[in-house]
Write a protein that binds this ligand. Structure first.
Ligand SMILES: Nc1nc2c(ncn2[C@@H]2O[C@H](COP(=O)(O)OP(=O)(O)OP(=O)(O)O)[C@@H](O)[C@H]2O)c(=O)[nH]1
Ligand SMILES: [Mg+2]
Length: 235
């Protein structure tokens, strides 16, 4: 191949990679990385609290309503920009998180595809440490995101304060939890984290979680998983 052509091809692919990774703009100003984060978990698992920790706010409604029933009946998407959150390729880069809180019964592929046409970068499975979590969340994740979903997933155990009160370490907890959850915790690329979301301090507790989301996405080169609306994803 003509070395000039080869050089151009190399430069083109490099440009594409840099664009994909969200590096410095041509004018030298800082760039932004936009990550779509999907929250899946049982009713009252703490999804909205985790969403608040991620965005560093209180916009996702949490708790029970006056009739003691679940607050969230439909999916909600909230977006937050964190200026100059990290450096990449020598450039200060904004992190924009688009967090989708999806109640179990309303998690439809079409709705998700509409909200996240670019796909999902990170799936956060939210489970309570003080209650069993339904194994169906795995099927739901597979249906929505296809067979590679574990590569884009991290598990957040909420209500970690109950473990502390019971004198149980996180390792002990994982040893004693349901077989499928223990297996899944080892399989997901993003690992697990334990949150005590009792306190009203999402700005403080959110940073480590945001960092974990960013690290996981980076290990996937910020590739998003397309939302499956076809039968193949629902096999
Ligand atoms: N003690 C304790 N309470 C928590 C924790 N995380 C969430 N909660 C509480 O648990 C309840 C449910 O939390 P939400 O974040 O609303 O849970 P959700 O999954 O969004 O609930 P629905 O939308 O109703 O399905 C709320 O009263 C929260 O304040 C935690 O880590 N520890
Ligand atoms: Mg909720």
């Amino acid at each position: 191949m003509d070395p000039g052509v080869e050089g151009r091809l190399h430069a083109d692919s490099l440009t594409n990679i840099l664009r994909m990774l969200g590096s410095r703009r041509a004018d030298g100003s800082q760039s932004a990385l936009v990550l779509n984060v999907l929250l899946l978990g049982d009713k009252q698992s703490g999804r909205s609290s985790v969403g608040n920790a991620l965005i560093g706010g209180n916009e996702f409604q949490t708790g029970l309503n006056v009739h003691d029933v679940s607050m969230t009946t439909e999916s909600r998407l909230l977006s937050r920009n964190f200026p100059k959150y990290f450096r990449r390729q020598g450039a200060e880069t904004d992190l924009t998180l688009r967090v989708m809180d999806t109640p179990p019964l309303t998690a439809s592929p079409l709705g998700l595809q509409e909200s996240c046409p670019e796909g999902v970068h990170v799936l956060v499975i939210v489970a309570r440490a003080d209650r069993p979590c339904g194994a169906h969340v795995q099927k739901l994740a597979q249906n929505l995101l296809g067979p590679d979903w574990r590569q884009h997933t991290l598990i957040v155990f909420t209500h970690a304060d109950h473990l502390r009160e019971a004198g149980l370490s996180q390792t002990d907890y994982l040893d004693q939890t349901a077989d499928w959850m223990r297996a899944l915790a080892k399989e997901v690329r993003g690992g697990v984290c334990f949150l005590d979301n009792r306190c009203d301090w999402p700005l403080i507790v959110g940073r480590p979680l945001r960092d974990q989301v960013l690290r996981l996405s980076a290990t996937n080169h910020h590739r998003a998983l397309s939302v499956r609306t076809d039968a193949a994803g629902n096999a």
